[in-house]
Design a protein around this ligand. Structure first.
Ligand SMILES: Nc1nc2c(ncn2[C@@H]2O[C@H](COP(=O)(O)OP(=O)(O)OP(=O)(O)O)[C@@H](O)[C@H]2O)c(=O)[nH]1
Length: 230
């Protein structure tokens, strides 16, 4: 598939860390009970690839920024209430010229992580346009989460956390600030999504609905870390 010109592979090869490619191959056969497709969306350079690599490998892809070409994916299996949940996470190119490629993938996604960069006002202002695209191309009941990334860059911040919260509230979606560099809230974001999707897929009629906002709040308090989570 020509459009899956592996962005991660490109980046990793250029950074001399091709072990990621091998790890991806090894993980393909990992056992799982249930699988979901998750997509990362947002402007170019907001940190989508770095958030994915942080979640998958616990590492930060620093150094020169190399834009994703087209779309690529990586798998990660997480435990949710004694079930192995495989997240197939699609990393999309934020650049406008790849938009028609990524549109084709929206309809298969059960969850979308929509990112902006807290040091980039334009990436935040474009969130409304991204939500319009989501409305046009994604499934009606897709799970959406808004992430304000690069929370470690406090000195360069131009988007207040309250602005992110307000926008998320307006659209009724969960929100948190993340840092692919320090790892703050990255795992929590994906786990919350995995739990929501698992509950939707397996919920019995008399079972209470999973409350993703409450879950995020409870985890935030449990970890004693509240920086950047709402
Ligand atoms: N300080 C800091 N830098 C980050 C963070 N996340 C990403 N970056 C940097 O931001 C730049 C862009 O990151 P990418 O993950 O490649 O951005 P992207 O959204 O995948 O960009 P496209 O592939 O063009 O869509 C890189 O130089 C990263 O090192 C973060 O949380 N903190």
């Amino acid at each position: 598939m020509s459009t899956r010109k592996a962005s991660l592979t490109d980046k990793q090869t250029k950074n001399g860390t091709s072990k990621y490619v091998l790890e991806r191959c090894a993980s393909i056969n990992e056992y799982y009970d249930i699988a979901f497709k998750v997509m990362l969306l947002g402007d170019s350079a907001v940190g989508k690839t770095c958030v994915l690599v942080r979640f998958k490998d616990g590492a930060f892809l620093g150094g020169n920024f190399i834009a994703t070409v087209g779309i690529d994916f990586r798998n990660k299996v997480v435990d949710v209430d004694n079930l192995k949940v495989k997240l197939q996470i699609w990393d999309t190119a934020g650049q406008e010229r790849f938009r028609s490629v990524t549109h084709a993938y929206y309809r298969d996604a059960q969850a979308l992580l929509l990112l902006y960069d807290i040091t980039s006002k334009s990436s935040f202002d474009n969130i409304r346009a991204w939500l319009t695209e989501i409305h046009d191309y994604a499934q009606k009941d897709v799970v959406i989460m808004l992430l304000g990334n690069k929370s470690d860059m406090a000195a360069e911040r131009v988007v207040k956390m309250e602005e992110g919260e307000k926008l998320a509230k307006e659209y009724g979606v969960p929100f948190m600030e993340t840092s692919a560099k320090t790892g703050v809230n990255v795992e929590l974001a994906f786990l919350a999504i995995a739990k929501e999707l698992k509950h939707r897929a397996t919920q019995q009629p008399n079972e209470p609905k999973f409350q993703i906002h409450d879950y995020i709040e409870s985890q935030k308090h449990k970890s004693g870390c509240c920086m950047g989570t709402r």
